[in-house]
Ligand binder design. Structure first.
Ligand SMILES: Cc1cc2nc3c(=O)[nH]c(=O)nc-3n(C[C@H](O)[C@H](O)[C@H](O)COP(=O)(O)OP(=O)(O)OC[C@H]3O[C@@H](n4cnc5c(N)ncnc54)[C@H](O)[C@@H]3O)c2cc1C
Length: 392
């Protein structure tokens, strides 16, 4: 975006960047540079062709983006704020890129890192950090989304180990995953299982005709008499708290990521409005347009303060799940509104893939729904402030 000397950065009117450490700024700049060269120029085509840019995975690994905030096993072990900034830069290009990194690091790797056995960690985490193994996280089912406690997938104990039966749906990275973390109902409650792709009885089927997150692989996982050895179970994951803990990790990345999409939309709208002339003036000179741009900037900048506050709390070990819900609900909703408003400023051009705004808006529709819908996060916060659960 072009700016005149002395003009503030519309995406950082409050100088939030000044609150970052040199290392955090360096991480953000490095990710941004990589994406500007290798992703930004092609992202429209990937979206149009519904193609996940797999060639980026080794580059992500090289930068340490896979399992970035985890320690050991070849992971970068950065702080939460650096991870958030990386998510922001990824999603400024496309939510599909951030989704890949979130699912790999915060869902699949985190589940193994936090709840897995030493053998499972040693087998999978270094390869996943290096990008040579891809993971997915199967919780949602065709008939059970917001209420995973009602899941129908079962894991039955046998003499040799376990047999899993059921179907998972809407699973990011499913079709390209070397290992799936699958959640299933057992006699002792919900448990997690590490399912390598070549396990007999395990297949995946990619989902097509998506109008959102088109550059992301979304799949069904089919478990039909899927036989696993005894040690495929994640020993530390007992009950639904375990997958919910993983989702909490991934939601933290969304708090930041959504602002990346919003930043891209605001920058595009400002550039466009300054260049586009109607009634003899740039459309940016009309008060109605300025009001839209200011509303967008207010929400984006407030969202950054919120993200950084939550990041600092996470880094000091104080972040509560309801605070993550606060961040996800607020920042995704704000980003979606910013993307839709940007679309109006671009007029007819707003619907074209030549510009990123409707692509971002469509992607954000998924982001609003996955990792807990906006309604579910509203109920989390409703319970936090009233002490009363309104889930059922
Ligand atoms: C592109 C994409 C990628 C995804 N990736 C993954 C993945 O990798 N792994 C995975 O496990 N899942 C994934 N999901 C699934 C996602 O997490 C679910 O879609 C989400 O949890 C909502 O479930 P649902 O779609 O079944 O909606 P439902 O739960 O059927 O909800 C339908 C509507 O009812 C509302 N609702 C439900 N319960 C209540 C209530 N108690 N009070 C008020 N309103 C309520 C919801 O908010 C929503 O508006 C993905 C989804 C998408 C779109």
């Amino acid at each position: 975006m072009s700016r005149q000397p002395g003009q503030p950065d519309p995406s950082d009117l409050l100088d939030v960047a000044a609150l970052l450490s040199d290392e955090e700024r360096a991480v953000q700049a490095t990710v941004r540079r990589l994406l500007a060269e290798h992703a930004e120029p092609h992202v429209g085509e990937w979206f149009e062709r519904a193609e996940f840019p797999r060639a980026l995975v080794p580059r992500f690994a090289e930068l340490g983006l896979l399992g970035m905030h985890l320690d050991g096993y070849g992971c970068a072990g950065t702080n939460a704020v650096s991870y958030g900034l990386a998510c922001l830069e990824l999603e400024a290009v496309d939510s599909a890129l951030r989704s890949f990194v979130s699912v790999q690091g915060s869902l699949a790797m985190y589940a193994l890192w936090r709840f897995g056995s030493t053998r499972q960690k040693e087998e999978w985490l270094p390869a996943m950090a290096a990008g040579t193994a891809i993971g997915c996280f199967g919780l949602t089912e065709p008939d059970h989304g917001s209420d995973p406690a009602a899941m129908a997938t079962t894991a039955r104990r046998t003499d040799a180990g376990w047999v899993l039966d059921g179907t998972k749906m809407w699973i990011t990275n499913g079709g390209i995953a070397d290992v799936a973390i699958v959640w299933a109902r057992t006699d002792e409650g919900v448990r997690g299982f590490c399912v390598p792709r070549d396990t007999p009885g395990f297949t995946t089927r990619d989902m097509h005709h998506k109008l959102s997150l088109r550059a992301s692989v979304t799949s069904e996982l089919i478990l039909s008499g899927c036989e696993l050895p005894e040690d495929a179970i994640l020993p530390g994951a007992t009950g639904l708290r375990a997958p919910l803990a993983c989702l909490n990790e991934a939601r933290f990345g969304i708090v930041w990521g959504a602002l990346g999409a919003a930043r891209s939309c605001l920058a595009t709208a400002i550039d466009y409005a300054r260049e586009r002339t109607q009634f003899g003036r740039p459309v940016a000179a009309f008060q109605l347009t300025q009001e839209k741009l200011v509303e967008m900037a207010l929400e984006l900048n407030k969202g950054m303060l919120l993200a950084l506050h939550l990041g600092r709390r996470k880094d000091s070990g104080q972040l509560r799940p309801d605070q993550v819900s606060f961040g996800k609900l607020n920042n995704v909703r704000a980003a979606l509104q910013i993307a839709r408003t940007a679309r109006t400023i671009l007029g007819a051009n707003g619907i074209s893939l030549e510009y990123p705004v409707l692509r971002h808006a469509n992607n954000l529709e998924s982001v609003l729904t996955y990792e807990g819908t906006s309604e579910i996060h509203t109920l989390v916060l409703g319970e936090a402030i009233t002490g009363l659960s309104a889930f059922r």
